[in-house]
Design a protein around this ligand. Structure first.
Ligand SMILES: [Fe+2]
Length: 327
């Protein structure tokens, strides 16, 4: 992965007075709020490798809990209790940080544009922010979110009815330099509970993957976008994918609000079902004798997702594809 892109690492609301440790590409970093805004430093002070996130914020500095050394927002040491004379020049590496739409984004370099957040960022939608994590690799988790064909089994009854009939749908796969999307048309509606809450006839569903690890779904009805979920995923450590997601939809009247309230717990159930299959599969893949993964005929996005993660343009960018499936 290149250093020069933003990754969503925390919700704004979870970063209060105490410093917060998160993993960024396997490196521990500490977020803390100073007067000038949020600062992000590597969470490992080379003096004794102590995590500064175990310490506290004192004025505009972070205080190490071990010997009380204090560090400014730029990572320089500004105080060593008991020491008379010059301070060491050693500095802790600092990361770029920005807060957008209720989430905190971090970058190792200095990206020249603000981060993409979600589909409806330029409107004023009804928004819910969620945070989750799953076992596995980034491509597996992204594929799980964007995979329409697992819903019959993994989410039976929730996203699909118990005896849902399959329907013939068209899947158009298109892409660009750093994204790929699958557009499903011809699907009247899904029969499960969640789909009932989402109301009315479905016209189009879109699943999209964007660099560096964004998986998003759009549900379109006859009168426009009904719901968009954008998940920012990152490989926090070798076994864990962490995600921050926005559920965005148009602001609605009271009925819509009630439905939106009911939606969040159901969404949480679906998430738990996905976490369960991802964990079982990931643990299995790590056991001895695990074969190379098979890419199935309905895994329309897998190769393109892997190319985008590797920093390459996906095949769909130059050769769009059309499939027909019984979904
Ligand atoms: Fe799922």
């Amino acid at each position: 992965m290149t250093a020069d892109h933003w990754q969503a690492v925390a919700l704004s609301r979870e970063l209060r007075k105490r410093p917060l440790r998160v993993m960024h590409d396997g490196v521990p970093v500490v977020l803390f709020r100073a007067q000038g805004g949020i600062s992000v430093l590597v969470d490992r002070w080379p003096h004794r490798m102590m995590p500064l996130s175990c310490g506290r914020v004192v004025e505009d500095t972070l205080e190490c809990p071990y010997h009380g050394w204090r560090f400014g927002t730029d990572g320089t040491c500004v105080a060593i209790p008991g020491h008379i004379g010059d301070l060491p020049r050693t500095r802790i590496a600092r990361y770029a940080v920005t807060e957008q739409q209720g989430a905190v984004f971090v970058a190792r370099g200095q990206p020249d544009a603000l981060p993409y957040t979600h589909v409806m960022a330029h409107q004023s939608p009804a928004l819910r922010l969620v945070k989750s994590s799953a076992r596995g690799r980034l491509a597996d988790v992204a594929e799980n979110i964007l995979d329409a064909t697992h819903t019959h089994f993994t989410h039976k009854g929730l996203l699909r009815g118990l005896y849902a009939r399959r329907q013939r749908v068209t899947v158009d796969v298109t892409g660009g330099q750093d994204w790929v999307e699958a557009r499903y048309t011809g699907e009247d509606r899904q029969d499960g509970l969640v789909s009932r809450l989402l109301d009315g006839a479905r016209t189009t569903t879109i699943g999209r993957f964007r660099h560096p690890g964004i998986a998003e779904l759009e549900y379109w009805g006859p009168r426009g976008l009904v719901l968009a979920t954008t998940f920012h995923l990152r490989q926090a450590d070798a076994q864990t994918v962490a995600g921050i997601g926005w559920l965005a939809g148009p602001r609605q009247r009271v009925v819509g609000q009630i439905k939106a309230l009911a939606f969040k717990p159901l969404f949480a159930i679906a998430l738990a079902q996905d976490r369960r299959v991802l964990r079982a599969a990931s643990e299995n893949a790590q056991l001895a004798g695990s074969p190379d993964p098979v890419i199935g005929p309905l895994d329309f996005l897998r190769r393109d997702i892997m190319a985008i993660i590797a920093g390459d343009p996906p095949a769909s960018a130059t050769a769009p594809r059309r499939h027909q499936i019984d979904l």
